[in-house]
Write a protein that binds this ligand. Structure first.
Ligand SMILES: [Zn+2]
Length: 151
């Protein structure tokens, strides 16, 4: 197959992926399970490509279908408006848990707010203003703690 055809095929495959509306959860192998002698090193299989991974994101597409993909693969999917904010908050919570810290209220408020919106219990206007508040409060907090502003 020519490189051009291969390229076209690759692009078509990407375009054919359904758009993710909402993240619904993350399934992962915990650190201590990952390196256990009598277990396979990675216990999870990516529903998208079948490769083994440590972390699977579960989601619902705009057509209402459930799916899953590991970190590398989920980047290939087109995503809806609040996907990135939700994923970032979830990843923060996992990182905090791995460090033995309590989850940050900014991340909890972000995921709770987005969940309420998708469940029809919060308007888009309220969610957007809430996310702006969370962003501003987080920036103020980070500045107070001596971190540089994040862009
Ligand atoms: Zn995959």
């Amino acid at each position: 197959m020519s490189a051009l055809l291969k390229n076209l095929e690759g692009n078509l495959a990407v375009q054919a992926l359904p758009k993710i509306a909402r993240l619904t959860g993350v399934e992962r192998v915990k650190k201590d399970e990952t390196y256990h002698d009598d277990r396979p090193r990675f216990l999870l299989y990516c529903p998208h490509c079948g490769a083994r991974g440590k972390k699977i994101y579960w989601f619902v597409t705009e057509e209402g279908q459930t799916g899953g993909a590991m970190s590398g693969c989920i980047k290939l999917f087109p995503v809806g408006e609040y996907f990135n904010a939700y994923q970032k908050a979830v990843d923060n919570m996992i990182r905090f848990e791995q460090n033995g810290w309590n989850p940050s209220r900014f991340d909890l408020d972000t995921t709770n707010g987005i969940d309420l919106y998708f469940d029809g219990k919060l308007s888009k206007e309220r969610l957007d203003s809430g996310l702006r508040d969370i962003y501003n409060e987080r920036q103020a907090y980070l500045e107070k703690m001596g971190y540089k502003r994040r862009r």
